[in-house]
Design a binder for this molecule. Structure first.
Ligand code: PEP
Length: 246
């Protein structure tokens, strides 16, 4: 049975005061019946780990290096993230693919290093509006998953979460309908099943793209949607808690 995971990607937002206020807001909600993780910017990771100490809310990073260690100025390794107390890392977010040229090869290297460091890799896939209009969404996500499916072992897959995020729905206020989202989640699960029935059964596939408390229940009740990767709405404690409660 896959547990719902609600993951809050803060992107390049918040200060240390905001981090404290937002996390206190989440802690005030008490026990939530799903898995919850927050992804603050790098400088606030250790603060978030200590603020959340003793709670079930886990902390993740928004990115990591594709190199293990060494002369890579400005980069942060997966070992460092684990050392800071992070337990998850987002890899291949569409903003990183589009703005920083992250390829599927880079996504694979980062995923490999994340798993080696004991982190859960939240790997993002999804098509652009142009690709959807051309009816290419399945082709695009299949291509983005090909290397992961061929290179990762069955054991590796236990530490992978897939996030399907249609680029046209990220930060736009436009959400895929529950039916549209379910259709592509089901397709992704078919791809996983071609690799292994167990991987298909156990791997969580999150939906991302303008998830809010008002649409979360409809999305999360779909058979193949196992939670959400939430951007904008994760910066508002009440809204994020509403999504977790959904
Ligand atoms: C995201 O950045 O992963 C995201 C889904 O953003 P938003 O919820 O703001 O669309």
């Amino acid at each position: 049975m896959r547990r719902i995971l609600v993951a809050g990607n803060w992107k390049m937002n918040a200060s240390s005061a905001d981090t404290k206020a937002l996390l206190n807001g989440l802690l005030d909600a008490g026990n939530l019946s799903c898995d919850v993780a927050v992804f603050p910017p790098f400088p606030y990771l250790t603060q978030a780990v200590s603020e959340l100490n003793g709670s079930a809310i886990r902390v993740g990073a928004q990115n990591c290096s594709d190199q293990r260690s060494g002369a890579f100025t400005g980069e942060v390794s997966t070992e460092m993230l684990a050392d800071c107390g992070a337990e998850l890392v987002i890899i291949g977010h569409s903003e990183r693919r589009a703005l920083y040229g992250e390829t599927d090869e880079v996504v694979l290297s980062k995923t490999r290093l994340a798993i080696d460091a004991g982190l859960v890799a939240v790997v993002c896939v999804g098509e652009t509006l142009e690709e959807r209009k051309a009816g290419r969404e399945e082709t695009v996500v299949a291509a983005q998953l090909t290397l992961l499916l061929s290179e990762l072992t069955d054991a590796d897959w236990k530490n992978v979460v897939v996030a399907y995020e249609p680029v046209w729905a990220i930060g736009t206020g436009e959400t895929a309908s529950p039916e549209q989202a379910q259709a592509i989640h089901a397709y992704i699960r078919t791809l996983l099943a071609e690799r292994s029935a167990n991987i298909a059964e156990e791997t969580r596939i999150l939906y991302g793209g303008s998830v809010k408390s008002a649409n979360a229940a409809d999305l999360f009740s779909q058979t193949d949607i196992d939670g959400g990767l939430v951007g904008g709405a994760s910066l508002d404690a009440a809204e994020f808690i509403g999504i977790c409660r959904a």
